[in-house]
Design a protein. Structure first.
Length: 153
């Protein structure tokens, strides 16, 4: 990620990532360092599964810390609006006779199973800038879907 890459987040998403970073740097880092120290006490490191597992976890933690620091460095908090859809908006859509509510979020916050849709996804990007009453067509694995925007919060 270059320094010019903006990462859009909701205020809640920003706080969640900050909390995760704090947990990793203040708690998890110390826990894994302690496990490495304990595993070293067992002697021969070449066949020490506990040592290898702790080192692998340390690598994962450090990679995630780096990733979070980069995201937070480039983060821009988006405030949802009600006149047009932006990152942070909660949108009620009419889809095939049903109504569903989607929260448009930044990519690091996306969770499709919870209807938290990234602004970079086909649905999210199609919704950006749209207003109540408009319809959009989105290509999906099941074919083209038509959505009508009922409400923006």
């Amino acid at each position: 990620m270059s320094n010019t890459d903006v990462v859009y987040l909701t205020k809640e998403g920003l706080e969640k990532l900050k909390d995760e970073l704090k947990q990793l740097t203040t708690v998890k880092r110390e826990e894994v360092a302690r496990r490495i120290q304990e595993a070293r006490a067992f002697g021969d490191l070449s066949e020490n599964a506990a040592y290898d597992a702790a080192r692998d976890e340390q690598a994962r933690i450090e990679a995630r810390i780096s990733e979070l620091e980069e995201i937070l460095k480039n983060a821009q908090v988006s405030k949802g609006g009600t006149s047009a859809i932006v990152v942070g908006s909660k949108v009620t859509l009419h889809i095939d006779g049903d109504e569903e509510i989607f929260h448009i979020v930044g990519a690091p916050e996306a969770d499709p199973m919870s209807n938290r849709v990234s602004h970079e996804s086909p649905l999210g990007s199609s919704l950006l800038g749209k207003k109540v009453g408009e319809t959009i067509d989105v290509e999906a694995p099941v074919g083209k879907l038509t959505y009508k925007i009922l409400k923006i919060e």
